[in-house]
Design a protein around this ligand. Structure first.
Ligand code: ABC
Length: 577
């Protein structure tokens, strides 16, 4: 078990105090009481790209350059909470908050994933006061705040001096044996040009200045890093755990007790200082499980039981992998509360909604995923089980946006209907509501300001409607899911593209019917078979997503026949007697 007394030593003895007086967090009465994480709608934003609220921290920003800072900051986020609340967002996930270092040749750390000093704020995003003020302002509105945390690596703080000339030579591309920023992985450690000795690991001057360099001090030694070069094969465990990422990111030796202790202490100190509601841990599969089994329970210990009926701290990893059984290993005892569901991202949102695969793949993925994850929550973690709290998303900052690969707004809307009305917790990547269509990074990291923060666009309004319905009906947030139709057909069959499922909680039952087909109006029938629903015969249902108040009556045999236009969605609720 981690020793909590070290927290204060770190908080007082290192850079966290350089953030000036660490004022206690102002915590107003908590409007989130009674909510579980299943009730939330999470909105992932990139702090640099969301809103610029303070021009005094914009020095060096270049909004016309995709890989540079654009000027967004915490004050900007705080100034747009109305916008988020109008959409219905209940939790925001912001970029990593600590000071970063730019790459020598490949752009700036506008995204926050190239840490330099783990105990100082990224001044491009504001001051510690600004960060605390953002959290307080969000909490006052009942909005939770999740911070992104990078513990796998530091940014490009050092290079491998292969030729011993004391300066960086970036010959060839990443992975080139002569590239001193990103030489290929070597399980014995990167060697010098002669291949005999360990290559000198030289820190860049910017990483070692006493006031603004690497901190904490324990990370200023080569021994704090694995020094094995660039990951070439993500599937090879040694490379994945001990190799570097592109851009010269330097993999920390998180198995070293001194490194582990420093990282855990600092994370605990930030937790105390800012009072976030959750953490998304970057690149988690590249860090040993043993590290997570120390850090995650230590944070749970620090928090103690959640107040009254409120829910606890949410801790989830980024594991960029589409296999449900592998993802599920990250929710074993003492590990994470849940995961970002990359399996559904690839197999459901991409393959079915984006690329027109069979609706039956949604059911197959749902079954496999639900079976893979534990049905009991973590001890002292959040109150709901991983299987019931998977974080579902259709876009993020690492992958091309939905509309960049399929420009159909209708297809996006069908996917959003599944995202918000299906089970799991919806995570919306900023700009989706504005129908942004950027491609690969950094194209998918547009400035939200270019939308004018409009709240009347078709996608914004559709998403707002979906979220509003999710808030109204507990069955959509917490209910069980029962698939009643998942067509294998993608051609001209009567039911091609049809996906239907019920959400049931207590006495509340709703039916969702989505047509994933791009061009054909399809029915809930095939070869004389009709969709069977859980409503009693004679129940009158109304489509809450349609403006026309069309009503449908459940037949005497429990069947329900209806048609859905291409990429259309219906949400059917019983009409009160
Ligand atoms: C940028 C450019 C690069 C350029 C570099 C200098 O700058 O994109 O082209 O070379 C941050 C920045 C990026 C930056 C990187 C590197 O740092 O945001 O803009 O790249 O300097 C996390 C974050 C991510 C962040 C980092 C680093 C990690 O979300 O934003 O990047 O802090 C791997 C990691 C994953 C990481 C991701 C970028 O790379 O695992 O943690 N994301 C396979 C592998 C994955 C791998 C993925 C990369 O390829 O298994 O491990 O992700 O594309 C599915 C399979 C998956 C497969 C996918 C592609 O297909 O199931 O296994 O993933 O079907």
């Amino acid at each position: 078990m981690h020793r909590p007394h070290l927290i204060l030593v770190v908080a007082l003895g290192s850079g966290l105090t350089t953030c000036r007086s660490p004022a206690p967090v102002d915590r107003p009465p908590d409007p989130t009481l009674g909510r579980t994480w299943q009730d939330e709608v999470i909105y992932q934003l990139l702090t640099d790209r969301f809103a610029n609220g303070d021009s005094t921290n914009d020095a060096g920003a270049e909004p016309s350059c995709g890989g540079c800072y654009h000027g967004g900051d915490w004050r900007g986020v705080a100034s747009r909470l109305d916008y988020l609340q109008t959409l219905g967002v209940t939790a925001i996930w912001i970029s990593p908050v600590v000071a970063n270092i730019d790459t020598p040749s490949r752009g700036q750390a506008y995204h926050g994933y190239w840490p330099l000093a783990l105990d100082r704020v990224n001044e491009r995003f504001g001051t510690l006061d600004d960060l605390q003020a953002l959290v307080a302002a969000a909490h006052a509105r009942g909005i939770k705040v999740i911070a992104d945390v990078v513990l796998n690596h530091l940014g490009p703080v050092a290079f491998y001096d292969l030729n011993g000339n004391g300066v960086l030579d970036e010959t060839g591309g990443a992975g080139d044996p002569a590239n001193e920023l990103s030489p290929p992985f070597d399980p014995q450690g990167v060697k010098d040009q002669q291949g005999t000795l360990a290559a000198p690991f030289l820190f860049f001057p910017a990483a070692t200045t006493t006031t603004a360099g690497i901190s904490p001090a324990v990370l200023r030694a080569p021994a704090a890093f694995h020094r094995r070069g660039l990951i070439l094969d993500y599937n090879e465990p040694a490379q994945s755990l001990t190799g570097d990422f592109r851009g010269g990111l330097r993999d920390l030796d998180t198995s070293d007790p001194a490194v582990e202790e420093a990282l855990v202490d600092l994370t605990l100190a930030w937790d105390e200082l800012v009072g976030f509601d959750g953490y998304r841990y970057d690149a988690a599969k590249h860090v040993e499980d043993a590290f997570w089994r120390v850090l995650l329970p230590a944070l749970r210990d620090r928090r103690g039981p959640p107040p009254d009926a409120g829910d606890g701290l949410l801790q989830f990893p980024e594991v960029l992998d589409g296999r449900p059984d592998y993802l599920a290993t990250f929710t074993r005892p003492e590990m994470f509360d849940t995961v970002l569901d990359f399996a559904s991202k690839f197999r459901v949102f991409d393959e079915v909604f984006k690329h027109g695969g069979p609706a039956s793949a949604v059911l197959a993925t749902w079954r496999e995923t639900t079976a893979a994850f534990p049905s009991e929550p973590q001890i002292a973690g959040i109150s709901t089980a991983p299987a019931a709290t998977l974080l579902r998303f259709l876009d993020n900052h690492d992958l091309p946006r939905f509309l960049s690969e399929n420009p159909s707004i209708e297809a996006l809307h069908a996917a959003l209907a599944y995202l918000v009305l299906g089970d799991g917790v919806p995570v919306i990547y900023y700009g989706t509501e504005q129908a942004f269509a950027g491609g690969t990074d950094p194209g998918n990291r547009e400035d939200l300001s270019r939308s004018g923060y409009a709240t009347d666009g078709a996608t914004f309004r559709f998403l707002q409607t979906l979220i509003g319905l999710r808030r109204t009906y507990v069955a959509l947030r917490r209910g069980d899911t029962r698939f009643v139709w998942a067509s294998e057909h993608t051609g001209n069959e009567t039911d091609a593209g049809v996906l239907a499922f019920e959400r049931v909680a207590g006495g509340e039952r709703l039916l969702v019917v989505i047509n994933t087909h791009a061009t054909k109006t399809s029915d809930t029938t095939y070869l004389g078979e009709t969709l069977q629903v859980g409503f009693a015969p004679g129940t009158v249902l109304v489509d809450l997503l349609a403006g026309d108040h069309t009503r449908y009556v459940v037949a005497a045999d429990g069947g329900l026949r209806l048609s859905v236009p291409p990429h259309g969605a219906r949400l059917l609720a019983p009409v009160s007697p």
